[in-house]
Design a protein around this ligand. Structure first.
Ligand SMILES: Cc1ncc(C[n+]2csc(CCOP(=O)(O)OP(=O)(O)O)c2C)c(N)n1
Ligand SMILES: [Mg+2]
Length: 365
C-alpha cells in the first residue's frame, strides 16, 4: 500500500474535475446532487458569517474576530461527517462548524462582543464554545471520548486544533492518552500554514500527520480545500471511532487567507504573493466548478444560496447590535459555586469604583 502521507488525499481537482481514487471516492459515493449543493451552500454561508463578523469588528461592534476565510472546506466537509449525537471540541475559529451543528447565527458573536463568557449552549448543538487556550480542547475531547466509551455510548468526538497547537503539551498528552485507552476521538488538525506569525515549518520537521504514528494513531493528510475529500476522510475516522476502532488523526492542508484575528496584520510577516497563490486555490471556487461541470449549477440554485446567506448575515448582524450589555457585577458570578469572602470584597470594591465620581459619563458602563 502506498504511504498515505506521500501526498494529501484529493477527490476534486482545482479545476473541478474528479480525481479517480477508488478507495476514497467510495466513502462519498452516496453524495448526490443535493448533498453537493448543500456543501456548497454551507461553505458560502460560512464565508458570509465571516465577512459579516469581520465587518462588525471593524465597525466597533465586536472586540475581536478570528476569521475563517479560506478554511470553509475543512470546516464544512468535516462537520458534514458528524452525526447530531457526536460531540465537537473546537478552537476559536470554527464558526462554520457551529453553523452546520445548527447554532442560531445570532449567538455566534456573543463572546466576541464581550457581553458573555460563551456564545451558544453547548448541550443544544453538542459543541463546546470557542476555546482560547491553544490545544487545551484536545484533552477535553479525549476525556469526554473516553468517558463516552466507558458508558458504552457509540459516538465519535471530534476536536479541531491548528498546526501551531501541535507544539503544545496538551495535544501531545491527549494523543498519548487517546491511543493507550482507545478513546473514540478524531484529532482534526487544520494546518492553515500559520500560527499567528510562525510558519508551519517551524512547528514540525515532519508532516504533522506523520507524528500521529508515533503514538500508534493512524494519520492522514487531506487537501483541506477539497470539501469532498475532507468529508470522505472524516467519515472514515468518525466511523472508526463510533465502532470501537479508537482515535484517528487528520491533517487538513489549507490556508488562513485573512489575518490571524482582526488584531493582526499579516503583511508584517508574509508576502502578498503567498496569499495570492492560495487565493487561486479558493475552496469555494473549486466546488462551484465541480457543480458547473456536472450540470448542477443554475440561477435558481444561485438565488437560493444568496437568499440563505443574506438571511444568516442579517440575523447575525441584527442580533449582535441588539445584544444587551451585561451588568458589570456579573463578572463576579460563577467564580465559585457558593459565596466566597474574597470575591464578595472585590465585588463590593468594584461597585464602589463604578459608583465613584472619578468615572466620566462617557466611559461609565
Ligand atoms: C496556551 C496558549 N499559548 C499561546 C496562546 C496565544 N495564541 C493564540 S492563537 C495562537 C496560534 C495558534 O496557531 P494554530 O494552532 O496554528 O491555530 P490557528 O490560529 O492558525 O487557527 C497563539 C500562539 C494561547 N492562546 N494559548
Ligand atoms: Mg495555524
Amino acid at each position: 500500500m502506498a504511504d498515505p502521507l506521500t501526498y494529501p488525499v484529493q477527490l476534486v481537482q482545482p479545476d473541478g474535475r474528479r480525481v479517480h481514487d477508488r478507495e476514497h471516492a467510495a466513502l462519498v459515493s452516496d453524495v448526490g446532487p443535493e448533498r453537493l449543493r448543500q456543501l456548497y451552500e454551507d461553505m458560502v454561508v460560512a464565508r458570509r458569517i465571516d465577512v459579516e463578523a469581520t465587518a462588525l469588528q471593524r465597525q466597533g461592534q465586536l472586540g475581536l474576530w478570528p476569521p475563517l476565510l479560506g478554511q470553509e472546506a475543512a470546516q464544512i466537509g468535516s462537520a458534514h461527517a458528524l452525526h447530531p449525537d457526536d460531540y465537537v471540541f473546537c478552537s476559536y475559529r470554527e464558526a462554520g462548524v457551529a453553523y452546520c451543528r445548527g447554532v442560531d447565527p445570532g449567538e455566534i458573536t456573543r463572546l466576541w462582543r464581550g457581553v458573555a463568557h460563551h456564545c451558544w449552549d453547548p448541550a443544544e448543538i453538542n459543541m463546546t464554545n470557542p476555546a482560547i487556550v491553544v490545544g487545551a480542547q484536545g484533552l477535553h475531547a479525549t476525556g469526554y471520548a473516553y468517558a463516552a466509551h466507558l458508558d458504552g455510548a457509540e459516538i465519535a468526538v471530534l476536536t479541531y486544533f491548528g498546526d501551531g497547537a501541535t507544539s503544545q503539551g496538551d495535544v501531545a498528552e491527549a494523543l498519548g492518552f487517546a491511543a493507550s485507552w482507545s478513546a473514540p476521538v478524531v484529532f482534526f488538525c487544520t494546518n492553515n500554514q500559520w500560527a499567528i506569525s510562525e510558519p508551519v515549518r517551524v512547528q514540525s520537521a515532519t508532516p504533522i500527520a506523520r507524528r500521529a504514528y508515533g503514538y500508534g494513531i493512524p494519520g492522514v493528510q487531506v487537501d483541506g480545500n477539497d470539501v469532498l475529500a475532507v468529508l470522505a476522510l472524516t467519515r472514515q475516522a468518525v466511523a472508526r471511532a463510533r465502532t470501537g476502532g479508537g482515535p484517528s488523526f487528520i491533517e487538513a492542508i489549507t490556508y488562513r487567507m485573512g489575518p490571524h484575528t482582526t488584531a493582526d496584520d499579516p503583511s508584517r510577516y508574509r508576502s502578498a504573493a503567498e496569499t495570492e497563490l492560495w487565493q487561486r486555490r479558493d475552496p469555494i471556487d473549486r466546488i462551484r466548478r465541480l457543480l458547473e461541470r456536472e450540470g448542477l449549477w443554475d440561477s435558481a440554485f444561485e438565488k437560493r444560496v444568496g437568499a440563505r446567506s443574506d438571511e444568516v448575515g442579517a440575523r447575525l448582524r441584527a442580533a449582535t447590535i441588539e445584544m444587551p450589555d451585561p451588568d458589570p457585577a456579573q463578572l463576579f458570578e460563577h467564580v465559585y459555586r457558593t459565596a466566597h469572602p474574597l470575591i464578595e470584597e472585590e465585588r463590593q470594591e468594584y461597585a464602589e469604583y463604578l459608583a465613584g465620581d472619578h468615572i466620566s459619563e462617557g466611559v461609565r458602563p
